[in-house]
Design a protein around this ligand. Structure first.
Ligand SMILES: Cc1cc2nc3c(=O)[nH]c(=O)nc-3n(C[C@H](O)[C@H](O)[C@H](O)COP(=O)(O)OP(=O)(O)OC[C@H]3O[C@@H](n4cnc5c(N)ncnc54)[C@H](O)[C@@H]3O)c2cc1C
Length: 372
């Protein structure tokens, strides 16, 4: 995709805006590399923020990357396997309870998908039944999906409720020790799984930069330039870009905005190199879509609101169209079609290296003699 571009897969460790220099390091190499830039685009996105909530750093799962999603899926399948052999009812209940912190898009889509995976897999576990499963969403606001209208949020609440997802509103998670989630109203929920979707913050690499920021997001102007720093630009989740069409407001951190900001920013760099003036980024959000599980969705597009199967189908169609390249589109389309025809695939995808042994250890290991 990146023709005429040299790509380096590495971590940005430090940025020196005065020297116009960036230091990067590949995790497998001992030494770091430094290079100079003429133009620098800050597009480091955001990372999960636990806001120092006790126990979350050690025990909570996140939902930010594909790796996070695979880990959650593995843990759900693991929980079903474990619970199927647990005789102690309280322990089994703890294993089969999943708490999702955050009732925004990420939290609700996660809760819907986790609930579908648990319920759709039950038939493979003889000793489990649907009454043993608990999926709980903890949300600080009065209605879930605050990004959408209140009526769509309430519709999503109703539909999730019909699928037995419990929703706790005006409540926050205040702690988790790996065995129990504590809520702001004093409730304690016995569980081994808390999925945290209730906060993000821009990358720590940006926090030391000598330029204006708000809650870690680099303040940019309408043309995506970082004021006072020539040749430095910012976009996406790590940038605060004023919304020219809504005075005093900023563009929200969504992919919809980030990809469009990217093309405006690229044109502005070209314009700068040619000595031409940059253009401001102007974009009115087309709409919002979310899935809530069991082939149901909620959508608000160009002022129209709808929900149900059509919203879910639209969600799939739009995201399919956004995937880069025909090959990727076909692969995902086939996978989704198979998903419609067959039951849930509950094969775990372990990401750890398997156990190994060297020859010498094998020969020196104690032998177990057969009994005669
Ligand atoms: C679960 C979930 C669902 C979402 N659903 C939607 C949706 O339906 N629609 C929508 O519009 N938006 C959605 N979003 C938001 C959307 O993903 C973001 O707004 C968008 O990805 C922001 O793009 P970005 O380029 O700013 O950051 P990112 O896409 O996060 O990209 C930042 C990149 O920088 C890399 N990076 C970070 N630090 C370093 C470093 N130090 N060195 C090198 N590389 C680094 C990261 O690995 C990453 O690849 C969703 C987000 C989540 C978490």
């Amino acid at each position: 995709m990146l023709r005429r571009t040299r790509v380096g897969i590495a971590d940005v460790e430090a940025i020196d805006l005065d020297k116009k220099q960036v230091r990067i390091r590949h995790h497998d190499l001992p030494q770091a590399f430094e290079f100079k830039y003429d133009h620098l685009v800050l597009a480091l996105g955001a990372v999960t923020n636990f806001y120092h909530t006790p126990g979350l750093e050690e025990h909570a799962l996140c939902m930010k990357t594909l790796g996070d999603a695979i880990l959650v899926r593995n843990r759900i399948i693991d929980a079903l396997e474990l619970a199927d052999n647990q005789l102690n009812e309280a322990e089994r209940q703890k294993t089969l309870t999943v708490v999702v912190a955050g009732g925004g898009f990420a939290g609700i889509e996660t809760a819907g998908a986790v609930n579908d995976l648990l319920r759709g897999s039950l038939r493979f576990y003889r000793h489990l039944n649907k009454d043993m499963l608990r999926v709980i969403v903890v949300h600080s606001g009065e209605v879930i999906l605050p990004e959408l209208s209140e009526s769509l949020g309430r519709y999503a609440q109703k539909k999730l409720g019909q699928r037995c997802v419990e929703i706790r509103l005006k409540t926050k998670v205040t702690g988790f020790d790996g065995n129990e989630v504590v809520l702001s109203d004093g409730t304690r929920i016995a569980t081994r799984m808390l999925i945290w979707t209730a906060g993000t913050t821009p990358s720590a690499v940006l926090s030391g930069l000598p330029c204006a920021s708000q809650r870690g997001r680099i303040v940019a102007d309408e043309c995506l330039r970082v004021p006072g720093r020539s040749g430095v630009w910012a976009l996406g989740d790590c940038a605060l870009v004023p919304d020219g069409l809504n005075q005093g407001k900023f563009h929200p951190p969504t992919a919809q905005h980030a990809v469009r900001q990217a093309s405006t920013l690229a044109s502005n760099i070209v314009a700068d190199l040619r000595g031409q003036p940059p253009v401001p980024f102007k974009f009115k959000m087309l709409g919002m879509l979310a899935t809530i599980g069991r082939r149901r969705g909620v959508a608000q597009i160009l002022g129209f609101r709808f929900s149900g199967l059509f919203a879910w189908w639209l969600w799939r169609g739009i995201y399919l169209s956004k995937l880069p390249g025909l090959q990727k589109k076909v692969r995902v389309m086939l996978d989704w079609t198979l998903d419609l025809l067959f039951s849930k695939d509950i094969v775990q995808i372990p990401t750890l290296r398997s156990l190994t042994m060297s020859d010498a250890e094998a020969s020196s290991a104690p032998r177990i003699e057969p009994k005669t």
